[in-house]
Design a protein around this ligand. Structure first.
Ligand code: ACO
Length: 332
């Protein structure tokens, strides 16, 4: 069994702060509604740059923290469900700007579960010795996918990026990834191709008429109640699975870094697991839901605050569009 070692971490959040009161200026909403239902007080919005800009900044910070040169990186894995291009992948865009000319590049998209997925892929590559130094980046510009006339969703999301440089270690590492594709309609963002292909049929439905009527634009569509229910159960299932694999009791876990979709989801799921609330890290109050960037940004905040110590048992747990879910439990 090989685990992973975090050699360095980094993150980037945009300067522009949109607090709840800013949303009341153009929507029928209020801090009194948003805070108790979500835990969110403010979020950051990248107003003038593409998503990969944040990924580059987070990657550079992680390399600096690792005291490594970009040329030392063998592989870049980027998680993003809000990429700037269909292609090239985000990893190639980040590779170019940081000068990681020796790195192979791949993207993963399991939405908010993306950092857990990317870290799991990294661990598998490291375990086989195929790559030695991997840069994992999660960068998300969820503001670009919101309908800012829809008060039920746009208030939840923000923009940010997190990154980590990882290498193989002999520490313990257990993971599980799961998905329920049957439930994908609970959360999706459709691509609207602009093809002028003369062979396409006029008004041909995309699977069925629902998608065309509901998702004419590239906006995030979500059934908040369905996601809420799925999330609580999926987090519970994923953490119990990795705890069982490791043979550790849930009380043995020193730190839980969950996906930050809603403070009430985090509280409910960790309560069901019997995790001490003091061991659960949250930053949703300041950043909102930044999808797959939530966990690596939290990791970097903790690292820079000196709150991560060798030998700690850390648990990452998340869920997202797909619907996907997953957890990692590892020795730091
Ligand atoms: N301000 C004021 N009123 C609002 C707002 C708002 N921002 N949003 C909704 N309301 C109103 C609704 O219109 C509704 O009014 P009505 O009763 O007159 O029809 C009322 O508040 C209740 O709406 P609900 O949707 O039932 O509110 P709920 O308490 O369930 O909270 C929320 C909604 C926050 C979205 C919750 O369901 C949730 O957090 N779900 C999970 C998170 C989620 O879906 N995230 C997207 C996926 S992202 C991911 O990370 C996987």
């Amino acid at each position: 069994m090989f685990g992973i070692e975090f050699i360095g971490t980094g993150s980037y959040v945009p300067e522009f702060v949109a607090d709840n009161n800013k949303f009341s200026e153009f929507l029928d909403t209020s801090d009194e509604w948003i805070t108790p239902r979500t835990g969110i007080k403010e979020r950051r919005i990248l107003t003038d740059k593409p998503n990969y800009y944040m990924g580059v900044k987070a990657a550079e910070a992680a390399l600096e923290n690792a005291k490594l040169d970009a040329k030392d990186i063998d592989l870049i894995i980027v998680s993003s469900c809000s990429p700037d291009f269909f292609y090239p992948c985000m990893a190639c865009l980040i590779q170019k700007d940081i000068g990681a000319e020796n790195a192979a590049c791949i993207d993963v998209n399991s939405a908010c579960t993306g950092f857990i997925t990317a870290l799991d892929v990294a661990q598998k590559y490291l375990a086989t010795d195929h790559y030695k130094t991997i840069l994992v980046v999660a960068t998300e510009k969820l503001s670009a996918q919101q309908d800012y006339t829809d008060r039920s969703m746009c208030i939840l999301f923000g923009d940010a990026a997190g990154a980590a440089v990882v290498r193989r270690s002999d520490k313990e590492f257990y993971s599980m990834l799961g998905a329920s594709g049957d439930d994908f309609e609970a959360l999706y963002c459709k691509i609207n191709y602009q093809s002028n292909c003369p062979f396409f049929e006029d008004d041909a439905p995309f699977y069925n008429n629902r998608f065309d009527t509901h998702a004419k634009k590239n906006y995030l569509q979500s059934d908040g109640h369905a996601v809420y229910k799925f999330a609580v159960n999926a987090m519970n299932k994923a953490v119990r699975n990795v705890a069982e694999q490791s043979g550790w009791n849930i009380e043995d876990i020193d730190l839980v870094i969950p996906h930050q979709a809603n403070l009430r989801i985090i509280k409910k799921a960790t309560e069901m697991l019997g995790v001490d609330p003091d061991k659960v890290y949250t930053n949703i109050q300041r950043l909102g839901n930044v999808s797959s960037a939530c966990i690596p940004v939290a990791l970097d905040e903790l690292n820079r605050a000196g709150r991560l110590h060798k030998g700690m048992k850390i648990c990452f747990v998340g869920f997202g569009a797909g619907l996907t879910y997953g957890a990692i439990i590892m020795e730091f």
